[in-house]
Ligand binder design. Structure first.
Ligand code: HEM
Length: 411
């Protein structure tokens, strides 16, 4: 996959139907072409890897409106016109059996069986364990001494440990799970690898379910087995697909927010000091970091069911659309000075978790994880700094979930 240069020169007019995805000019901001599109051509027609075309939806108001409108826009994965950024993604979309790829009423039927597992009280009950995990990982960093790669020592293991507490799955399996998630989220993997890893993860969860059925525990799979599989509302196979979806969704996203959020704070001493002095401001800062990082780059996606007039164009029935969350979250109509980090800003209207029926099921958990991890970093590592020049960092231009590959730090 090659990334287009459409974004390279900030002041030039946008080319006609440029190739998508675009390259970033600044690793901490979305491609400059998004900002130009929001101004001049908010519904931008682009050409995809296979020569097909799709719309980029770049303004906050349109992204929100389309995601809220599941009567006129379908989110069913793999249907004709459903846009993709790679050939491998076509394959995994077609193979998706969990509700992330379904429309209503099917979507709601399955999602409702999971909502209690992600309810605020259930997630709050996990807080002490999440706090303990953050403390112990930072104990490990301190014991090993600087410099350390914050991605490998904290950002990767932290959400993995949380997911293994939630699922009651052996932590040793986390490398395998991350491998499967990365195989799906990469931009360069082969169709065969993407397919094989998607199936391996479902098979893994199926084995986990069998083990839970034989010896139930205090975990998500055991509870859903008991509440929905045993009474016949859901099959074991369906639960395996849903479990695999949740495992994939819960790792990479949080990992990249931890690493990129830390990097943004390290680049701004004044705002970091402000938060360290007033940890009560951290939940608000988490929203601002979610807004600025917006790690999910090329989802959600939709196909118009009927012709729709929006943003000065007619989207025809059958047209595919990318709802660009990272662009919506930099829309000056909603967020003044949108490219600036302001930990005191009210960023609650950001769309980093999506919107509408597919809005992130794990968002309460993600918010708790992020609040706890940033609070723990600021308290335990007050002198944290980058251990390499900022321009030596390598960013995830090769992934659909954006982040940084390594973040060497000292303290
Ligand atoms: C910073 C962390 C996270 C971000 C930025 C994030 C972002 C998103 C986004 C944008 C969507 C919508 C995708 C779409 O419509 O195509 C989504 C859906 C979803 N997320 Fe998250 N997520 C995060 C963490 C989590 C965690 C921790 C879990 C679970 C433990 C999770 C589980 C899910 C699930 C199951 C869906 C599908 C919901 C549905 O289709 O109804 N996410 N997430």
């Amino acid at each position: 996959m090659s990334q287009s240069d459409a974004a390279a020169v900030a002041d030039e007019p946008l080319p006609h139907c440029p190739a998508f995805p675009f390259r970033r000019d600044d690793p901490l901001s979305p491609p400059a072409a998004y900002a130009r599109a929001r101004e001049a051509e908010p519904m931008l027609r682009v050409t995809l890897w296979n020569g097909s075309q799709a719309w980029l939806v770049t303004r906050h108001e349109h992204v929100r409106a389309i995601l809220a409108d599941d009567a006129r826009f379908s989110g069913r994965f793999g249907q004709d016109g459903f846009p993709t950024v790679t050939e491998a993604r076509v394959a995994v979309d077609r193979g998706e059996r969990a509700f992330v790829g379904m429309d209503n009423p099917e979507h709601d039927r399955y999602r409702r069986m999971l909502t209690q597992e992600f309810s605020v009280p259930r997630m709050r009950a996990l807080e002490p364990e999440i706090a303990r995990l953050a403390e112990s990982l930072i104990d490990g960093m301190i014991a090993a001494g600087p410099p350390q790669d914050l991605v490998q020592t904290l950002a990767v293991p932290f959400p993995s440990l949380v997911m293994s507490a939630l699922f009651g799955s052996p932590y040793e399996d986390h490398r395998f799970i991350i491998d499967c998630a990365v195989a799906r989220h990469g931009l360069t993997q082969s169709v065969d690898t993407a397919n094989a890893k998607a199936r391996e993860l479902v098979d893994y969860v199926r084995r986990l379910i069998d083990a839970k059925a034989a010896a139930p525990g205090e975990d998500l799979l055991s509870r859903v087995l008991n509440a929905h599989v045993h009474p016949g509302r859901m099959t074991r196979d369906e639960l395996a697909e849903i479990g695999a979806m949740i495992l994939r969704a819960g790792h990479d996203t949080t990992t990249n927010l931890v690493a990129m959020g830390t990097l943004l704070l390290l680049r701004d001493d004044a705002q970091r000091a402000r938060l360290a002095a007033d940890p009560a401001g951290i939940p608000r800062a988490v929203e601002e970091l979610l807004r600025l990082v917006s790690p999910v780059q090329f989802s959600p996606r939709r196909v118009a069911r009927v012709d729709v007039e929006i943003g000065g164009v007619t989207v025809r029935a059958g047209d595919g659309l990318f709802l660009l969350l990272g662009s919506a979250n930099r829309d000056a109509a909603v967020f003044p000075d949108p490219d600036g980090l302001d930990v005191g800003r009210d960023a609650a209207r950001h769309l980093a978790f999506g919107f509408g029926i597919h809005q992130c099921l794990g968002q309460t958990l993600a918010r708790i994880e992020l609040r706890i991890v940033f609070e723990t970093i600021l308290r335990r590592l007050p002198a944290l700094r980058l251990a390499v020049p900022a321009d030596a960092l390598r960013f995830k231009d090769d992934m659909q979930i954006y982040g940084v590959h390594a973040l060497p730090v000292a303290w």
